[in-house]
Design a binder for this molecule. Structure first.
Ligand SMILES: [Mn+2]
Length: 318
């Protein structure tokens, strides 16, 4: 398959790389790294990266606005995205041929030329392997992009990093391209003190049920006091992953501007996605979100999640 991918890349002069909406470091790192790798190895190519830019992550690269003329005789490479409808910034149906490289379970089969490896830590790992296996040159900035995608998707090797391949790729990035991890962590992990204080508030105010559910309600007044908006909560949620007695945790925060209660939940074993789908939300099996009408709905969710935790405990210790 790697050779087929390489042949397609060689065949097209114009290439558009795209990824999922709501870009994260793996999506950004893989798309911009691949662009840089193609330009380094094939000097005559025009390569564009589609999608909405994320101001926090300027380091990865600059997005292109895809205009009508760019579609003409162009190849689409879709990275880190299992379904067509979540492609950001391009119209899939305007391309004759496409390549897909991804580590999510398949949703749409939208390309014949594809690498799907759900055991891979990240799409960045797959791009790095592709580059090394095909003996392509890798510019240093591309290596840095790939490194950050792997680090972010595994949350510094806390999740989904049990395979030697991940570490082999990391070793190569550090050894061959001289990536300096300490310099890059700042870009991923530096955060404002207001967010740290909000995390303190969540930790102090989290109620824990005997079934292992943790929950916190944050009012608009609380958010104002800490000088944050409810969007800051997402990045804090993963920090409760290794707490004794906590199986599932959920944070509700009042968003007066949009008149909703933003909700974010994580779980270490209880499957929570079906419940959140009933509340106009959803996500992964163990990581969900929703926008609720009011705190009454939050109380309903607390009860239902607590029941799920209870059932889970009963099954576990049968
Ligand atoms: Mn990913």
């Amino acid at each position: 398959m790697k050779q087929k991918i390489l042949e397609l890349i060689k065949k097209y002069k114009k290439i558009i790389i795209a990824r999922h909406i709501g870009a994260d470091p793996d999506a950004l790192g893989s798309t911009f790294a691949l662009k840089e790798i193609i330009l380094e190895n094939f000097k005559d190519k025009q390569v564009y990266v589609a999608g909405t830019s994320v101001s926090r992550f300027k380091f990865f690269g600059t997005h292109d606005k895809i205009t009508d003329d760019m579609y003409e005789d162009a190849l689409l490479i879709a990275l880190d995205i299992p379904d067509i409808k979540r492609l950001d910034g391009v119209d899939y149906y305007r391309f004759k041929e496409s390549i897909k490289i991804d580590h999510h379970p398949e949703i749409d089969k939208y390309s014949d030329v594809q690498i799907i490896d759900i055991d891979a830590s990240s799409t960045c790992e797959l791009i790095a392997k592709f580059c090394y296996d095909c003996n392509l040159k890798m510019p240093k900035h591309a290596a840095e992009n790939l490194f950050m995608g792997i680090i972010a998707d595994t949350n510094r090797f806390l999740f989904g990093a049990n395979k030697p391949e991940t570490y082999k790729v990391i070793l190569q990035l550090v050894e061959k391209q001289h990536v300096k991890p300490n310099e890059l962590y700042e870009i991923l992990y530096k955060r404002p003190i207001s967010e740290v204080r909000l995390e303190g508030f969540i930790s102090l105010n989290m109620k824990l049920t005997k079934n292992g559910l943790g929950y916190v309600k944050i009012t608009d007044k609380d958010l104002k006091e800490y000088g944050v908006d409810s969007a800051s909560i997402g990045s804090i949620m993963n920090n409760y992953n290794f707490v004794h007695g906590l199986i599932c945790w959920v944070v509700f925060s009042e968003d007066l501007k949009n008149n909703v209660i933003r909700t974010s939940a994580r779980s270490r074993g209880v499957k929570i996605n079906k419940l959140f789908e009933q509340y106009n939300g959803g996500g992964h099996i163990y990581a969900c979100g929703a926008k609720l009408k009011d705190f009454n709905e939050a109380d309903e969710i607390i009860d239902k999640l607590d029941n799920l935790c209870k059932e889970y405990n009963e099954d576990e210790f049968k």
